[in-house]
Write a protein that binds this ligand. Structure first.
Ligand SMILES: Cc1cc2nc3c(=O)[nH]c(=O)nc-3n(C[C@H](O)[C@H](O)[C@H](O)COP(=O)(O)OP(=O)(O)OC[C@H]3O[C@@H](n4cnc5c(N)ncnc54)[C@H](O)[C@@H]3O)c2cc1C
Length: 390
């Protein structure tokens, strides 16, 4: 089959994966357009981190210094008991990677680096994709219709492009049996580049400082069964969080009270995405949409940036044949994805123990951590983070 060379690429999602891809596509002379459902760039959010190969990807984008300038510089976090006494330390290296930044700050840096060479459309979403011989016809929710040579879904765990091109998400999204809720709260504990975590059977409530200690983020991880939930129904989600943490000690009642006023309440299942082929015809998936490993891997952001680099590189190398480019992209990235997903699977049980014995064991492990050589502790994490070279 002969194809005309690829020129225009529509990307859904302006978080990490989408703008990273646009960055390289415009460098290679393609014309990227990004459509983002949110009305403006989504700021705030939680901390994400880079380690291993993803650091090299940032360096090649010449953005490493910009990201470092906005780094969270978080120190160690502590597990505490109900009286706020420290029972174990979680070393910064274990959860902040080599470089940690708030997701919103990263999205802003990527936007600034791509704005000149990328067409951004905010407050819209793809409503329909029709693949034709020579391209994809796209109808947007706003009613606009346009054609592109390729469409890339970089729209996260609940990817819209994936649903449109591959079918309902139930086939691809696998819950790991935990929920996460994250939101901004006042820094009431006066945390100084640090955080505190409180465990009860099946739950973890925590707070860590953010924005140079000016505010804090609460994070709640918990098991339970919310049933078939609407991931946009904040009222029902907050009710579920309140119910799951009812009657707990420490600062949990205060966190729940602050949750009501949080400007950026986030709630979701902790899930992975597994899909055999990340592309179909002229549509391909990138980042969490293709292979979310869950926040427990600490690798999602790194995979998004590395994946974007590889996908753009392959498209440039096979300008006349997107099938070849898509196939090579997945073949190269898959081992990296597999390593990260395996890492997250292993982390689930130990992270939110189901009973008091499990909590005790976890605390004991954490107490022993500082006695072990750092590279031994982080061996698996670094092996996964370096499971690809670019
Ligand atoms: C609580 C939490 C903590 C995390 N911690 C870490 C960590 O410590 N380290 C780490 O590496 N990773 C972490 N991650 C994972 C990381 O955030 C993701 O892996 C990374 O952001 C993937 O980026 P993405 O661009 O693929 O998707 P996302 O960041 O999910 O972005 C998707 C974008 O698509 C947009 N969108 C959605 N639907 C549509 C639509 N219909 N049309 C247009 N746009 C749409 C969204 O608004 C969003 O901007 C964490 C994730 C969560 C949820």
């Amino acid at each position: 089959m002969t194809h005309h060379p690829i020129r225009t690429v529509l990307i859904s999602g302006a978080s990490v994966a989408g703008p990273s891809l646009a960055f390289w596509l415009s460098r290679y002379g393609f014309q990227p357009t990004i459509v983002e459902r949110a009305r403006q760039l989504r700021e705030g959010g939680y901390a994400v981190d880079f380690r291993g190969t993803s650091m090299e990807a940032l360096r090649r984008m010449e953005l490493l210094d910009a990201v470092k300038a906005e780094a969270t510089n978080m120190g160690d976090m502590y597990y505490v008991d109900r009286h706020d006494r420290e029972v174990a330390t979680m070393p910064a290296a274990a959860f902040s990677g080599e470089l940690e930044i708030m997701r919103g700050d990263l999205a802003r840096i990527l936007y600034d680096a791509t704005e000149a060479g990328t067409e951004y459309i905010f407050g819209d979403s793809i409503a329909e994709l029709t693949e034709l011989d020579a391209g994809v016809e796209v109808r947007f929710e706003s009613g606009m219709r346009r054609s592109f040579d390729l469409v890339i879904g970089a729209d996260g765990l609940h990817s819209n492009v994936r649903t449109l091109a591959f079918g309902p998400e139930e086939q691809f999204v696998r819950d790991l049996g935990l929920y996460a809720s994250i939101f901004t709260v006042p820094n009431r504990l006066n945390l100084d580049y640090s955080g505190r975590l409180f465990s009860a059977p099946g739950t973890i409530a925590g707070v860590y400082s953010a924005r140079q200690n000016r505010e804090a983020r609460a994070l709640m991880f918990f098991d339970g069964d919310f049933g078939d939930y609407d991931y946009r129904d904040f009222g029902a989600q907050k009710q579920f969080v309140r119910q799951r943490f009812a009657g707990q000690g420490w600062y949990v009642p205060q966190i729940l009270a602050d949750m009501e006023f949080a400007p950026d309440f986030y709630f979701d299942t902790i899930s992975q995405v597994v899909i055999e082929r990340w592309s179909r015809g002229r549509v391909a998936l990138l980042g969490d949409a293709a292979h979310c490993a869950s926040p427990l891997s600490g690798m999602g952001t790194g995979m998004a940036v590395v994946g974007a680099y590889i996908l753009a590189h392959e498209l440039n190398a096979s300008r006349d044949d997107h099938q070849v480019a898509f196939t090579n992209y997945q073949r190269k990235l898959q081992p990296f994805v597999d390593a990260s997903q395996t890492l997250a699977h292993k982390a689930v049980g130990g992270f939110v123990p189901k009973g008091n014995f499990g909590i005790w064991m976890r605390n004991l492990m954490m107490k022993l951590l500082p006695l072990m050589p750092a590279d031994m502790v982080l061996k698996e994490a670094y092996a996964a983070a370096n499971a690809i070279s670019i």
